[in-house]
Design a protein around this ligand. Structure first.
Ligand SMILES: Cc1cc2nc3c(=O)[nH]c(=O)nc-3n(C[C@H](O)[C@H](O)[C@H](O)COP(=O)(O)OP(=O)(O)OC[C@H]3O[C@@H](n4cnc5c(N)ncnc54)[C@H](O)[C@@H]3O)c2cc1C
Ligand code: SF4
Ligand code: SF4
Length: 413
């Protein structure tokens, strides 16, 4: 018997460190880490110890006999062409010796309580003796995990439980509903982990009548004050985009199994009354270049079957009440247009901004020309990558921060 990892995996790699058999890949530093949504367990070397399941914050690691058959297949298929790797040499294993920078920054402000801010806070607790203040303009922590991740993926949202434990640490002060601007001067170092929340635009006539993925997922997830900006009109909708967010959107629109999802009665009623029975998913490039993961596509096809049509190499030119026109002259008749073509960062007060990349320019997390200021997450590297990728990203930033501090390192515990 073996364990397998399901598509709910957010690849934060917590399980990699505890696996005694080096069975979980791609690990941080290996090709492919951070590129797909999920890690995989090698069935040839897994000894069924369960350590990965104990530590997984989203219940993605499970014994094969309790997992879905397609997950078992996916894990085996990933390793089919790869050699089995040597198990970690347990005899040479030594407990980690953390370097604690006692005389480094003692007051650190973390702006943003999404994955990047939370992983940065966790790393600061591990690597420094600093007191950390975490602020978020929202009243709730979690960022896009709470208000972006699809509501029919409750396991993925469980990682919020880990974040809640982090802000309860005695060295952390958590200030929900707070903008950073007024506080920045009071701190030795500031980590800006504010995400990237401006939706990209198609730039076609009529687009103002479209609904962006940001608005749709915020409404589905009950973000305070979020409302659907359009009326849902069946029977067909077009979703432009070729990433997992576009697939999430199509799945929610077509799902008749939202009863177990964490959505309000009003959202459920509005979706049921919409009359949307078909979704055309439109990608500008071909299937080979699509940004979605295989597991997300399989999940959509399992739920929607032939009610979803995948169209590639299609370039929209305009939206009218009749539907979406393409550069071929064809019009796809539809009642709603949804756009899920990515997000970009917005300038942060007082920091330089690279408008072309939508990020704050930085060197391994240190903001260029602004000593004491750091970035982590989507505002550091652009709006790419799942929840887990922000862990390695935040670790790099904290590493840069502690290296820049002048105090001598001492052995921690
Ligand atoms: C629709 C959607 C669905 C997704 N689904 C998945 C999924 O299923 N699995 C997965 O692995 N990944 C998923 N992702 C990707 C994942 O959500 C991101 O990798 C991650 O959230 C980025 O983390 P972040 O901390 O950089 O930004 P965010 O999560 O956006 O967090 C930024 C935080 O900063 C706060 N903030 C912003 N400005 C200020 C300010 N001035 N003052 C105070 N606070 C501020 C915001 O309120 C927010 O809480 C999804 C992304 C989207 C957009
Ligand atoms: S069950 Fe144990 S050996 Fe198998 S992948 Fe998980 S941690 Fe590794
Ligand atoms: S979510 Fe993290 S701990 Fe769980 S299986 Fe994926 S990488 Fe491992």
């Amino acid at each position: 018997m073996t364990f397998v990892i399901s598509g709910e995996c957010c690849s934060d790699a917590s399980c990699v460190a505890v696996c005694p058999m080096n069975s979980i890949h791609p690990a941080p530093g290996e090709p492919g880490f951070g590129a797909g949504a999920s890690l995989f367990i090698d069935p040839r070397t897994c000894i069924d110890c369960g350590a990965c399941a104990d530590i997984c914050p989203v219940d993605a690691a499970q014994p094969a006999d309790r997992a879905a058959p397609e997950d078992v297949e996916r894990n085996a298929a990933y390793f089919a062409e790869r050699e089995a790797l040597e198990a970690t040499d347990l005899d040479s294993w030594e407990p980690p010796a953390y370097q604690v920078w006692g005389r480094g920054p003692q007051r650190v402000l973390v702006v943003g309580a999404g994955p990047a801010g939370m992983y940065a806070t966790r790393e600061l607790l591990l690597r420094t003796t600093a007191r950390i203040t975490v602020v978020d303009r929202s009243e709730q922590l979690g960022g896009l995990v709470r208000f972006g991740v699809a509501p029919d993926h409750p396991c993925t949202k469980q990682i919020i439980g880990t974040f809640e434990r982090i802000v309860r640490h005695p060295r952390v002060r958590w200030l929900p509903g707070t903008e950073a601007a007024a506080l920045v001067q009071e701190y030795d170092a500031v980590i800006h982990a504010v995400g990237a929340r401006r939706s990209r635009r198609l730039g076609i006539p009529g687009e103002e009548a479209a609904c962006t993925a940001e608005d749709f997922v915020a409404w589905c997830n009950g973000r305070p004050g979020a409302a659907l900006p359009v009326e849902l009109v069946g029977p067909r909708a077009v979703v432009v985009g070729n990433g997992n967010v576009a697939l999430d959107l199509a799945r929610i629109l077509l799902s008749d199994q939202l009863d177990t999802a964490d959505v309000s009665q009003q959202v459920r009623r509005t979706l049921a009354a919409s009359g949307i029975k078909q979704v055309v998913l439109l990608g500008r490039r071909g299937p080979g270049e699509a940004a979605y993961t295989e597991s997300a596509l399989q999940e959509l096809l399992a739920i929607a079957g032939d009610r979803v049509e995948l169209r590639y190499h299609a370039r929209p030119t305009g939206w009218t009440p009749e539907g979406l026109t393409l550069d071929t002259g064809e019009t796809i008749a539809a009642g709603n247009l949804f756009t899920a073509i990515g997000f970009e960062g917005q300038p942060v007060d007082g920091l330089p901004f690279d408008a072309a990349r939508g990020i704050v320019p930085n060197v391994r997390g240190a903001v260029v020309d602004r000593p004491g200021h750091y970035v982590a997450g989507w505002i550091k590297r652009g709006a790419r990558g799942g929840i887990g990728v922000n862990k390695a990203c935040a670790q790099e930033t904290v590493q840069t921060l502690v290296s820049a501090s002048r105090g001598a390192a001492s052995q921690g515990s």
